[in-house]
Design a protein around this ligand. Sequence first.
Ligand SMILES: [Zn+2]
Length: 577
Amino acid sequence: MIPQDFIHQLLDRVDIVEVVDRYVPLKKKGANYMACCPFHGEKTPSFTVSPTKQFYHCFGCGAHGTAISFLMEHAGMGFVEAVKELADRTGMTVPDDGQRKPEDGRRDRLLAVMEQAAQHYKGLLKDSAKAVDYLKGRGLDGRTAAAFGLGYAADEWQGLVAAVADYQDGALEEAGLVIVNEGKRYDRFRDRVMFPIRNERGRVIAFGGRVIGQGEPKYLNSPETPLFHKGRELYGLYENRRGIQQAGRAVVVEGYMDVVMLAQHGVDNALATLGTAVTPDHVAKLFKLVDDVVFAFDGDNAGRKAAWRALENSLPQLPDGKRATFLFLPQGEDPDSYVRQAGREAFEKLCDEARPLSDFLFDELSVRAEPDSPEGKVRLVKLVEPYLAQLAKAPLLARSLRQRLAALSGLGGMETRRRPPGHGAPRPPARPRAALPSPARVVLQAILHKPERLANLPELASGGDEDTTQLAAVLAVLREHPELADVNRLESFYQGRPEETMVRAAAVALLQWSEDYDSEADLRGAWATLIEQSARRQAHAFAGRKLSDISAEDRANYMAALKEKKLDRLSAVKPDR
Ligand SMILES: [Zn+2]
């Protein structure tokens, strides 16, 4: 458990705008920042980030939270990981409660040696005429090499001795930098151009090494280590994160040189798998990142096979509303060679025209089934159906493809029967009509806008509608704990409790008030309404009763309310200053 106090201090120090902007480029609009929501598909921005109140809110899907929840929801981090990431950024140290898992320390150690190695390789690149010539020969310029942190591993058995404090350190072995064989220790990467592989957070977790000139293996990657699982990582995720968000599309290619060269030519939204086929984990990661994924493959046989595997692995992970398409490069070309000779626009045109997953699926299986005969039509149904059954996350797409299959095969009605109502497509939730906020909510909003007002606010008589009762309770808590008079703190305090809705509503409404908005009049008006309602309620309760039947306390409340109402509605709230 990380102490709540620390979380508060941390959230006070980080800037949510900066945190979100690294993943979702934001535009300033009025007092807030906006973008198209990363949590649901939309064309006009309703995702709002408040720099003054330090939270985000989407008016389309209701996504809402702090910098910590953003990293958890969007970047897929765990709570502790998100807190650590933010703490690193602000130079704070997460208090050690003795429950830190031993793996954390080990992981940090591995990350540290990877970083040292990356710096070392990078430094060597400048001094190696051989490596520089090789990269130049491939058309790579220095700026791109620097952006991707390329390096060079010298042609030495123990080159890393110069990079680390202790070459005997077991972490080097565990990180896959050093090989131990019959008691001898030596560098895994020798005489290769080095591509550091970074995770989403920019930490080096592995390397890819390209041989210079001839030699085997052509590409050598880090082995599986506690930091690196090649079936999950994508090269370029960190370097191209902005390009991907801006394009709203990721292009998945086969090699890291493709990613680098595409970026140099202005296609900065490519990613590469690392010596593996596209796995379901990759696909899940991709669709978390972006709605539109283009898988680019070479046009040869191997490329078609790899594409089919990518299709198979995409089916279970493809959510309705997201798009997977397949691009085949002209015979003999890869993205690197293609973009060099044809340029960015031509490459992007290929992406625009890539074949939708459904076309690829039907075309390939039609070739196998030869659906010209009745037998062939049945064969087609038998072939396609198992694939459609895998579209677990895309029921709408599955249904539409079954209709297409029925039309193609002439075997309609088999799989396309109407489902009973209520089991079909979920209807998008109707946007609730904006109701006028209750006076209680306005009061809370005004307090959260300028928390210093709390000291001047009179007590609120109990009773009344739900909002007013809740407001009275919230104000009582705030008087006791003035440090909670902050949107995020108050929300986390009321998390899962009935008051949460009201606090959330006040927070969202606050997005309309800039820091210097004069909310005094709103507060006074709402407060006066509350007092008036309270007086009316009392009067109603007293109607027809004898004065002697009414308790002294009720009477006092009533008189106080009457007095306030009569004297000056507004005097109940003392001015701010
Ligand atoms: Zn949204």
